[in-house]
Design a protein around this ligand. Structure first.
Ligand SMILES: Nc1nc2c(c(=O)[nH]1)N[C@H]1C(S)=C(S)[C@@H](COP(=O)(O)OP(=O)(O)OC[C@H]3O[C@@H](n4cnc5c(=O)[nH]c(N)nc54)[C@H](O)[C@@H]3O)O[C@H]1N2
Ligand SMILES: Nc1nc2c(c(=O)[nH]1)N[C@H]1C(S)=C(S)[C@@H](COP(=O)(O)OP(=O)(O)OC[C@H]3O[C@@H](n4cnc5c(=O)[nH]c(N)nc54)[C@H](O)[C@@H]3O)O[C@H]1N2
Ligand code: SF4
Ligand SMILES: [Mo]
Length: 828
């Protein structure tokens, strides 16, 4: 027990000094500790050699889940990371990646400070020949470039691209920079290479352009379409906790998984349905068909036939006047246009799933309440992805699970106070001029090419190469590496040759190999940064990263890099950034909002936010019960809501209801007709469209995430690499999963080296027989094939899946069709 005693006495020490005393307890009942008054004091670690331990509250960085962590620092070294027990996502637990933060911090390949390129040639095999420069020089080089562009009236030729944005102190700064400086291209996010499809499907049906929050605790049936509940999805760590709860409670939550291969989630479920890639919509429609013909829809939420007689008969139209809808819009129109013919037999022909399995699943789903139909990139990263998502989400409306206990809802935002300065007061004539409005975004979002998408990062390289709508001059990257992660990233290798590249990565990423200036960010354990939650349980929550250690090297937090560049821009922009001062100043202002909205955990200001590492405020404010909507009145969900209130707060659609006939899509009828060939009067309905498969091969090519995959930040972590694909026996590699029959037909033995080819490229991999993978599909988890990124990452087989993935996107959501690709596989 010596360890425990030591821990206790250390804790006591911490409480006395006020460093991080509430680490384990973290409850509002504890007396308020002194906390830190300035960031520099955070860095004031006990003297080296004192043996004292400081526990800093922070937030993990390996995936979007944002688990709270307790970071243990002794003698200036971080030696342990545990799940914070006072954080509602981690609850004292972490997934296996959470503990690997020490490796990220001490990665021997990290950049040690700002650098500039001295080799003008760029390419995979070109050494950038970086030489160190001071921060002052690096910032001035960038600012001079940006000022010169602005003087020439070409500020739109500066783009700032970002991936995993965390909060107001990083991603939140980008839009304002664009407005002040005068570019529509700051910041363009990677969301179209991530999962915009599910958000768009929800926008089109219930009016919320957002991922959902879920009440798994009270859910009795989960129907999962192509979301890796037990290896990815989000928040991953919490999902594993919820899985334990759902599968051990009474009644046990039943789970059906719709997949293309036997992943961990499918293996752990009650039923796995193997769907032909790109056909989920047909399955979801057939489930709706069975639920309607068998009278299994939620009548209190959806409504019913006026006389209670079910007129939904296969193939037969229904008179819309006969049905009285409640919180949905267009059910009978949808039935007549689409669902009446979407029989299980029809769907079986498209999906290859047996008719009997479809009917059984529909009956189970339709009779086990509360039920949730959940989906992510599996059905949506296809050319028909938005419609597929809409068909699946329509099932949530049919069972009445929207905003219901045991159902799904939307995440509330944190109660942040206003920032210290207002952008509107600092826009100069240049920024306001009509001339500026003439320039579209480089990704053409908002033009007739992509009127409905919110970002099209994957289009930037080819647009720049074609000079359409113009050539970029300078591109800055924050937490994104599309030269490796984009579909067909070979285009980026060409495009970035003739632009000035600024990378802020702490690591030698592929983008950094093309950089003209490297301005390395702190790693997450060294930085101060807010992290509002991704959709979780609905009530608002915002984590805070506090440095656990003095920065090891000459790095700077990204938010401050941008603010420092801003200070060097001529005119009012410079003034704005001087007033904004620093990310710490911004965060202190944001935290003032907690005074009026005290956290459930006692957080009321910046100091208590740092002490707890998270602010959150329960409860969620709304609930739908038996077809009525109620608002929280301080005691319970007692205040009946009027339809106008439901429309303003919950169903943000034209009708103020869940739309089986999407008003939003109908507003874009001409565009959708032109792109997808649907008759203009039919564009509003959730429907099945055949996918436009790319690549030209005979096998579907799927490149999913695995549990140890740490977005683009795990490629150089030896432990993660070693354990990447445990289900396939993968050690230090990931195998190409191929069905034994498929392999034998091609003369491929178990363990053979193979070549995977498509119209856009060719890579090598090691094949492994996987009887749980569809015979028409091969699966290669996306991780290896880096040509940079550090000593462990570089040059590791298999090749990079992106290089055989064509750059095609869903015209509605803009989501890249990562899973619509086809390849051939042969013995190498
Ligand atoms: N461990 C881990 N977790 C993560 C991340 C990470 O890097 N590592 N990244 C986070 C990010 S950025 C995201 S966007 C999310 C993504 O979370 P998910 O969408 O859950 O992840 P994916 O692996 O892209 O796809 C999910 C599943 O879809 C299946 N699939 C492919 N095509 C089809 C199809 O046509 N139909 C069906 N039904 N299934 C299909 C794949 O086999 C895969 O198992 O994960 C987040 N969580
Ligand atoms: N074939 C295939 N391709 C895919 C996917 C797939 O499933 N299959 N998944 C897609 C999905 S869902 C996503 S979200 C995208 C993700 O793709 P990207 O948007 O490129 O994001 P990451 O891969 O996370 O890259 C982050 C980069 O940020 C840098 N970085 C790491 N840590 C830090 C830090 O602390 N600070 C700063 N400033 N920089 C840092 C590193 O250089 C790293 O390469 O990839 C997509 N690409
Ligand atoms: S689930 Fe994500 S945030 Fe949580 S510990 Fe794992 S990698 Fe970190
Ligand atoms: Mo993503």
């Amino acid at each position: 027990m010596e360890f425990l005693q030591t821990l206790m006495s250390r804790r006591r020490f911490l409480q006395v000094t006020g460093a991080a005393g509430a680490a384990a307890a973290g409850s509002a009942a504890l007396p308020r500790l002194a906390g830190f008054s300035t960031l520099s004091e955070v860095h004031a670690q006990p003297a080296a050699g004192s043996g004292q331990t400081v526990i800093t509250k922070s937030i993990c960085h390996q995936c979007p889940a944002r688990c709270g962590i307790d970071v243990y620092t002794t003698d200036g070294r971080v030696h342990a990371i545990y799940g914070a027990s006072n954080n509602p996502i981690s609850n004292g637990k972490l997934c296996p990646k959470g503990h690997l933060g020490t490796y990220i911090l001490y990665d021997p390949d990290r950049f040690k400070g700002p650098m500039k390129r001295t080799n003008p040639q760029k390419g995979r095999n070109e050494d950038p020949k970086f030489v160190p420069v001071s921060w002052d020089e690096a910032l001035q080089v960038v600012a001079d470039r940006l000022n010169a562009l602005r003087d020439k009236g070409e500020s739109h030729r500066f783009a700032l691209l970002f991936g995993r944005g965390w909060g107001a102190s990083c991603a939140g700064l980008l839009g304002d920079f664009g407005k002040l400086y005068g570019t529509p291209n700051a910041g363009i996010n990677h969301s179209s290479m991530c999962s915009d499809g599910s958000k768009k499907a929800k926008k089109a049906t219930d009016g919320n352009y957002s991922y959902s929050a879920y009440d798994y605790r009270n859910c009795n049936y989960l129907l999962i379409f192509g979301a890796s509940f037990l290896e990815a999805f989000r928040p991953y760590n919490y999902l594993m906790q919820m899985w334990g709860h759902m599968r051990s409670k009474s009644p046990k939550t039943r789970v059906t998984v719709v997949e293309v291969h036997l992943n961990t989630t499918a293996a752990a479920a009650d039923r796995a349905l193997y769907v032909k890639p790109g056909t989920d919509a047909a399955l979801a429609l057939a489930i709706a068909h069975v639920m309607l013909t068998e009278g299994l829809w939620d009548k209190e939420f959806v409504g019913d036939f006026a006389d209670g007689q079910n007129r939904f008969k296969p193939g037969q139209s229904v008179d819309p006047a006969a049905f009285k809808e409640k919180w949905t819009h267009g059910l009978v129109d949808w039935w007549n246009a689409v669902v009446k013919d979407a029989t299980p037999k029809w769907a079986a022909g498209i999906t290859t799933i047996a008719e009997r399995d479809i009917v059984e699943t529909a009956r189970e789903f339709g009779t086990t309440r509360p039920a949730i139909a959940l989906f992510e990139r599996g059905p949506t990263a296809h050319s028909n992805g938005t419609y597929a998502g809409m068909c699946i989400h329509a099932l949530n409306a049919l069972v009445g699970s929207l905003f219901a206990k045991g159902g799904l809802m939307y995440q509330m935002s944190p109660a942040y106070g206003p920032p210290p300065v207002k952008v509107e007061d600092y826009l100069d004539e240049y920024a306001r001029s009509e001339e500026r409005k003439k320039y579209p975004r480089i990704d053409l979002v908002g033009t007739e090419e992509w009127p409905m998408a919110s970002n099209m990062m994957q289009e930037i390289a080819r647009n720049h190469l074609a000079g359409k709508p113009y050539k970029l001059d300078t591109v800055m990257f924050y937490l994104t590496n599309p030269i490796w992660t984009a579909p067909n990233p070979q285009q980026w290798e060409e495009a970035l040759k003739d632009v000035f590249v600024i990378d802020t990565s702490p690591f030698p990423s592929e983008t950094a190999m093309y950089a003209d200036i490297v301005m390395p960010d702190h790693t997450y354990l060294e930085r101060l940064q807010d992290t509002p939650t991704y959709p979780f349980e609905g009530w608002p929550m915002a984590g805070l990263r506090t440095p656990a250690i003095k920065p090891l090297y000459d790095t700077k937090v990204f938010g401050d890099i941008l603010i420092e560049i801003g200070k060097r821009i001529k005119g009012p922009t410079g003034e704005y950034y001087k007033k904004l001062e620093s990310t710490e100043n911004l965060l202190r202002h944001l935290a003032k909002g907690f005074a009026d909205s005290p956290g459930t955990n006692g957080v009321t200001d910046f100091e208590s936010w740092k002490r707890e590492g998270v602010w959150y405020r329960k409860p969620y404010l709304w609930q739908q019960r038996r077809g009525e909507f109620y608002e929280w009145d301080g005691q319970g969900y007692n205040k009946l809501m009027k339809p106008e209130e439901v429309k303003a707060k919950l169903f943000k659609t034209p009708s103020g209801k869940f739309e089986f006939r999407s008003g939003y899509l109908e507003q874009h009828a001409e565009f959708i007709h032109r792109k997808l060939g649907i008759a203009q009067d039919k564009v509003g309905y959730p429907q099945y469209l055949p996918a436009k498969y790319t690549g030209g091969g005979d096998l579907h090519f799927i490149t999913p995430k695995v549990a140890m995959h740490a977005e683009g930040r795990g490629a150089n972590i030896p432990t993660a690499i070693a354990l990447l694909q445990p289900t396939m026996g993968g050690r230090k590699t990931v195998y190409l999963e191929i069905h034994p029959d498929t392999a034998r037909k091609r003369g491929i033995g178990n363990g053979d080296r193979v070549r995977i080819k498509s119209a856009v490229g060719s890579i090598e991999a090691i094949a492994r027989y996987a009887p749980g993978t569809r015979p028409d599909t091969v699966v290669l988890p996306m991780e290896h094939g880096h040509w940079a990124w550090g000593r462990w990452a570089k040059g590791r087989l298999p090749g990079h899946s992106g290089e055989v993935t064509a750059n095609q996107s869903d015209p509605i959501s803009g989501l890249a069709n990562y899973y619509t690709g086809m390849v051939t596989v042969e013995k190498a």
